[in-house]
Design a binder for this molecule. Structure first.
Ligand code: HEC
Ligand code: HEC
Length: 308
């Protein structure tokens, strides 16, 4: 310290490297120094206002408070934290308020109104898509195309339980149980082949006419009693959720996925042999009536547009 560079007369640090390299000891620029002090002051103010340092098993909570409503509608004031901020945004944020307003609009509109109003439909599309993704897609798949044998396709215009707005609402609110008894005890192998051949004949699939004729008697008669649920015409019964067997749409037996007539026959046989027992859960405790309405309008629109 105190030494001076002989050429410029500037103060140096006093160290010499490699015989003759020295370092000037210039003061820090003023602007830099003041900025530095400012950041220190800012940090101290910040620590006192907001949650900052860990202390034992807790942390300094800061002096700033935030007021928000809990999910139960209770007003709560706590120290400022991002979770409370998110909670408040979800209640009073711009998009949350817009969403609430729109849900109210949907609540007050008829399904016909919604279908012809581009704004309402746009809301149904985007909100419905979110709810469907959260609650339904796990089973019915994100495009609502379902999985043959497991979860019905919701966009194919073929409804086990009916496709009117009221019927879909009922399905969503109360849930459904698709039940068909297993016939493994009732039929021997021959009868099983016969009745399955008849089922295939109903939708114009290749079949053995003699077998199908014998199968018809089982289907329409006492032994099988199939007509009780599927009707004599085979068109199904919505009150039972019994499939229409005359269309080429299969929700359980993956006939369309089979390549040979033998394979088709065996897939139908196996459904009759094993029966069906599958459950669509009830949603009335998890979704509001308006959310169910949005989902219903969403599905009606998907069907109308054939949109995947
Ligand atoms: C745990 C799986 C599962 C979830 C989650 C689920 N579903 Fe289902 N859903 C099913 C099953 C299984 C059926 C078929 C019931 C039957 O066989 O009758 C079904 C049937 C339906 C039907 C009746 C179809 C028809 O042809 O009549 C509709 C509509 C439907 N679901 C909509 C929804 C919506 C909307 C959601 C989301 C809120 C949803 N499902 C969530 C399994 C599920
Ligand atoms: C108690 C009512 C009931 C009776 C009786 C009944 N079924 Fe069903 N059947 C159903 C229901 C309900 C479904 C659809 C289940 C579902 O989708 O969850 C079904 C589905 C089917 C399917 C699958 C259709 C598809 O789209 O994949 C076939 C095939 C079938 N039944 C044939 C028969 C035959 C043959 C008999 C008589 C031996 C019979 N069923 C008797 C209720 C019944």
């Amino acid at each position: 310290m105190g030494e001076r560079d002989p050429l410029t007369g500037a103060e140096t640090t006093g160290h010499t490297w490699d015989d003759n390299i020295q370092e000037f000891n210039n003061p820090l620029p003023r602007w830099w120094l003041w900025s530095f002090y400012a950041t220190v002051i800012f940090a101290i103010v910040y620590w006192t206002m907001y949650p900052s340092w860990p202390v034992a098993s807790s942390y300094l909570k800061g002096l700033t408070t935030i007021t928000y409503q809990t999910d139960a509608g209770e007003e709560v004031t706590s120290h400022w934290n991002t979770r409370a901020l998110l909670q408040r945004d979800m209640q009073t944020g711009k998009s949350a308020v817009a969403q609430k307003t729109y849900l109210k609009v949907i609540e007050d509109s008829s399904y016909d109104d919604i279908a012809v109003d581009a704004d309402k439909m746009a809301f149904v599309e985007s909100y419905g898509n979110g709810v469907f993704g959260d609650y339904c897609a796990a089973c019915h798949q994100s495009g609502a195309g379902g999985v043959v044998g497991e979860y019905p396709n919701l966009i194919d215009d073929d409804w086990l339980w009916g496709g009117s707005s009221t019927e879909i609402e009922t399905t969503l609110k109360a849930g459904r149980v698709g039940f068909m008894p297993a016939f493994e005890e009732t039929f021997n192998e021959e009868q099983l082949t016969q009745v399955a051949s008849y089922v295939l004949s109903m939708s114009g699939e290749e079949n053995d006419a003699t077998l199908a004729k014998a199968g018809e008697e089982i289907f329409q008669g006492q032994v099988g009693g199939c007509h009780l649920c599927h009707t004599s015409a085979g068109t199904g019964l919505k009150s039972q959720g019994a499939a229409n067997l005359t269309d080429k749409i299969w929700t359980i037996a993956d006939v369309r996925g089979a390549t040979t007539p033998e394979e088709k026959l065996s897939r139908v046989k196996s459904v009759i042999h094993n029966g069906v027992n599958r459950v669509m859960p009830s949603w009335s405790s998890r979704l509001s009536d308006t959310e169910i309405k949005v989902l219903t309008a969403y599905l009606l629109n998907k069907r109308a547009t054939g949109d995947q």
